[in-house]
Design a binder for this molecule. Structure first.
Ligand code: PLP
Length: 385
């Protein structure tokens, strides 16, 4: 059966060029980049090159890049490392719609006695910056706000937020795991202090991430051990992962605007046609400020899981906004924070595209989806007939 992969916010295909680039670093060039000998040294050189490529995509100095094990580790390091560097400050500000890699750390901090403020969003998933401004005070160590939401694709004005926050002498971190490669980021013209990204969201392998740390930002290391990453992240480097991430960043920079516009057009065609062909459905989130690849659609009165299973029968991979918690389907915390009605939040589906999707795949999905929705509505106990 064919596979139509519209779940790129979950993970992405490793680019062929990335695989080619990393292949020698498993069995031929397997030296340790910290070794004194030439065999290891050539690997060290390749890591330096990868650091330069990541720096070029982000618009920062390579020395401001720390390679980590994943986006989750980058987020944890940013938050815990900042708090350890400012032991007298006990307040953290975040939003209700962050990824669990941030939210669960913040909730754990609350249990340890920190004050954690989770900013609300409106029904389109937007923040009120006046509410943020009111919360900034001398006791605040860190503000951590994502660049783009993984479920809805809604983007936050992080450049503006960074200016506001750092202007008060407070550290600003952004989880840009979903944003990197999809929207332009230029850290040389920004006040962002800390930024997280993850390789497997932009066609690099799983198990590698980055934490950007602006020069001069105080941050205690999270992993202690050897002297790798300038003593900022101990542990022998994931050499193929890092080299692959460098290559993936280089590829993301090629035809950045053209590729993202092509993906946006495909996403818009998919979304528009589904809305036209399926009654009682709506797009979740602020469509004016959104990643080009993501569409989150609520189909009222039916379960997202049922839609996913039926799409899966045609090889179409998407994801739903509900999570199975203790045997019952709970709408996602993001859609709940946006106040999406129960009947719509339960039937939400996220389609997330990448540069590898084709128009033919979009047409196939436009053909298969409406009959699935009609069939499920016929079976729905919520639809009155
Ligand atoms: N932050 C966001 C916004 C994400 O979407 C994800 C993964 O889905 C993560 C963090 C975690 O990244 P990783 O899977 O690399 O740990």
């Amino acid at each position: 059966m064919r596979t139509v992969y519209f779940d790129n916010n979950a993970t992405t295909k490793v680019a062929d060029e990335v695989l080619e680039e990393i292949r020698p670093y498993f069995c031929e060039l397997y030296g340790n980049p910290s070794s004194m000998h030439t065999f290891g040294g050539q690997v060290g050189r390749k890591i330096r090159e990868a650091r330069e490529k990541v720096g070029a995509l982000l618009g920062c100095d390579p020395s401001e890049i720390i390679f980590t094990g994943c986006g989750t580790e980058s987020d944890n390091t940013a938050i815990k490392g900042t708090l350890a560097a400012y032991p007298d400050k006990r307040k953290v500000i975040t939003t209700r719609v962050e990824h669990p890699a941030v939210l669960s750390v913040c909730r754990d901090l609350e249990n340890q006695g920190y004050t954690v403020v989770e900013l609300a969003v409106d029904k389109k998933g937007r923040l009120n910056l006046a509410e943020l401004e009111e919360q900034l005070d001398d006791g605040t160590a860190l503000v951590t706000i994502m660049s783009a939401n993984n479920e809805t694709g809604v983007t936050f004005p992080v450049e503006k937020i960074a200016e506001l926050v750092t202007g008060k002498g407070i550290v600003f971190h952004t989880d840009a795991v979903q944003a990197v490669g999809k929207i332009p980021i230029n850290l040389s013209k920004s006040s962002i202090d800390l930024l997280s990204l993850s390789g497997h969201k932009l066609h690099a392998p799983k198990g590698v991430g980055v934490l950007f740390v602006r020069k001069g930002t105080r941050l205690a290391p999270f992993m202690l051990g050897g002297h790798q990453e300038g003593g900022r992240r101990a542990g022998t480097e994931n050499v193929p992962g890092i080299i692959g991430l460098g290559k993936a960043c280089e590829l993301a920079m090629q035809n950045f605007n053209e590729e993202n516009n092509r993906v946006r057009n495909l996403r818009d065609k998919l979304e528009k046609s589904i809305l036209e062909k399926c009654p009682a459905c709506m797009v979740n989130g602020d469509t004016a400020n959104r990643l080009p690849n993501t569409s989150n659609i609520s189909f009222e009165f039916i379960e997202g899981e049922a839609i996913l299973l039926m799409l899966d029968k045609f090889g179409i991979c998407a994801s739903s906004g509900s999570a199975c918690t203790s045997g019952s389907l709970e709408p996602s915390h993001v859609l709940r924070a946006m106040g999406i009605p129960f009947t719509a939040a339960h039937g939400s589906i996220r389609f997330s595209l990448s540069r590898y999707n084709t128009e033919e795949e979009v047409d196939y999905t436009i053909e298969k989806t409406p009959p699935i929705i009609s069939r499920l509505r016929e079976l729905s106990p919520f639809v009155t007939r």
